[in-house]
Design a protein around this ligand. Structure first.
Ligand code: PEP
Length: 252
């Protein structure tokens, strides 16, 4: 995956309610994105739908993503799903450290371990970072920096270039309060400066950064052209094939 090619990922979260609806949504997304090479597009249905949705999209250029992964491959870990199981279903991307999972207790250590095992088995981790709120003092910058520093403790320059960083300010997720293009641009430059400090400039320039937080058809074009990041992680709007297609088009 070249960094220059944008990436748009639809995170379906705990939707839809039935397999039938999931298959229909997967088919509708696939139909709208048959062979185009740009941008890279992926959808992340809930685990029970991965296999069937994966089959539905297999002849399109839409890839399969998972919403989470466990950091062990086998054993007594009730309720968990391993990267090998995901790989076997054709999953290419794994969302890790989403704020909704961190809110349920996922730690930086677990984010690191999940990212490690995902890379080890050659899937692409999409690691979410982002602050809970924006304060006047700019403490949110050091919050994001600490999340990046956590990754740099274990990943080499070669490895970090295989990780997608999704900047998802928590205050913008599912709220309709999208960050402005200026906010996104500022964070893109900040993340690159932190990665330059932690690694070096060529590495920083080669880590794919995407934005997530209330991306909709009507703000996608501006966020993409002025925000400086290279694609989106989309929640709510990915549940409507039309809206998701408009966002993909805005990025193309
Ligand atoms: C998300 O859950 O990653 C997300 C960005 O959600 P939404 O687009 O609904 O804000």
């Amino acid at each position: 995956m070249k960094k220059s090619v944008p990436l748009v990922v639809g995170n379906w979260k705990l939707n839809p309610v039935t397999l039938k609806e999931a298959i229909a949504l997967g088919a509708a997304v696939a139909k709208k994105h048959k062979k185009a090479e740009e941008p890279c597009v992926a959808i992340a249905p809930p685990f029970p739908y991965l296999s069937d949705v994966g089959k539905k999209i297999s002849k399109s250029s839409v890839s399969l993503a998972a919403q989470d992964v466990y950091f062990k491959n086998i054993g007594a870990h009730t309720g968990e799903v391993s990267v090998l199981q995901l790989k076997d279903l054709g999953v290419k991307y794994v969302i890790i450290g989403h704020s909704e999972r961190r809110a349920m207790g996922e730690t930086d250590e677990e984010v690191k371990q999940k990212t490690q095992i995902t890379l080890k088995h050659l899937l692409t981790p999409i690691v979410c970072v982002g602050e809970r709120e924006r304060d006047e003092l700019g403490n949110f910058f050091s919050f994001v920096e600490s999340q990046l520093r956590n990754l740099s403790e274990v990943f080499t320059s070669i490895q970090i270039k295989k990780v997608v960083i999704a900047y998802e300010p928590i205050w913008a997720i599912g709220t309709g309060n999208t960050a402005t293009a200026d906010d996104v641009k500022e964070m893109q430059l900040f993340i690159e400066s932190v990665l330059t400090k932690l690694y070096d400039r060529p590495t920083a320039k080669n880590v794919r950064l995407i934005y997530g937080g209330s991306v909709k058809p009507d703000n996608a074009r501006t966020l993409q052209s002025e925000g400086g990041m290279n694609g989106f992680l989309v929640g709510g709007a990915s549940l409507k094939a039309e809206d998701f297609a408009s966002i993909i088009k805005a990025v193309s």
